[in-house]
Design a protein around this ligand. Structure first.
Ligand SMILES: *[C@@H]1O[C@H](CO)[C@@H](O)[C@H](O)[C@H]1NC(C)=O
Ligand SMILES: *[C@@H]1O[C@H](CO)[C@@H](O)[C@H](O)[C@H]1NC(C)=O
Ligand SMILES: *[C@@H]1O[C@H](CO)[C@@H](O)[C@H](O)[C@H]1NC(C)=O
Length: 186
């Protein structure tokens, strides 16, 4: 009985633990995130974005310093799927708060950058905060081109899963082959 309670408590406390906040890289400028990224890995197909392929994320700088986020992708039947959001700056140079455009959510979704050079790759994880508790929601690996070397991919998966604690089933490969990429329409 005592052993069972302990296991349940240990599981619950790790599931409800606060999201790790990465140290801010001195001098890093989050403005460099602007432009197009190709989603190489993300919350896997069957979870958040069922069967979507060829996912791109465009961060467009706004006059107020925040970014419009346009996530374009393709369904299996070839149709376009689009989601719009606002990525708002925070006090740190390595996180953005994400707000879906068009509806309000009761929770706060924060996107923490774990590693990037802004020119080639970016690894991030999303945390969801509700009633003061934050949990890691999923990992993301982005590239400025639609491919990434196997070594870099393995290094960034290791960072997200083994060092930060993103669950391995919430950062899986996204198909980026045979794609027709969509432009960002304003
Ligand atoms: C995703 O694709 C699989 C296999 O083609 C299909 O069985 C499933 O219904 C699809 N899921 C959605 C949500 O479209
Ligand atoms: C950002 O999105 C809003 C709402 O869709 C739009 O009105 C605005 O023109 C966009 N700004 C930029 C810089 O793309
Ligand atoms: C393609 O699939 C999506 C998702 O299942 C669906 O919403 C859309 O209507 C389909 N488009 C066509 C042209 O069949």
């Amino acid at each position: 009985m005592i052993a069972t309670l302990f296991v349940v408590f240990a599981f619950a406390s790790s599931a409800l633990g606060d999201c790790p906040v990465p140290p801010t890289v001195p001098g890093a400028d989050i403005g460099k995130i602007a432009g197009r990224w190709y989603e190489i890995a993300g919350p896997t197909a069957h979870q958040i974005s069922p069967n979507l392929t060829c996912i791109t994320e465009d961060f467009t700088l706004r006059k107020d310093g925040n970014f419009n986020l346009t996530v374009l992708s393709t369904f299996q039947n070839g149709s376009k799927h689009v989601e719009y959001g606002l990525a708002g700056r925070t006090d740190a140079q390595n996180s953005l708060n994400l707000y879906p455009m068009g509806y309000k959510t009761p929770y706060l979704l924060t996107f923490y950058i774990a590693d990037t050079d802004y020119d080639n790759y970016l690894a991030a994880y999303a945390c969801y905060t509700d009633a003061g508790l934050s949990t890691i929601q999923g990992g993301l690996i982005l590239s400025r081109t639609n491919t990434m070397s196997a070594d870099k991919y393995a290094e960034l998966i290791d960072l997200l899963v083994n060092k930060i604690g993103v669950s391995s089933d919430s950062v899986g490969p996204i198909v980026q082959r045979g794609c027709k990429y969509w432009p960002v329409l304003q």
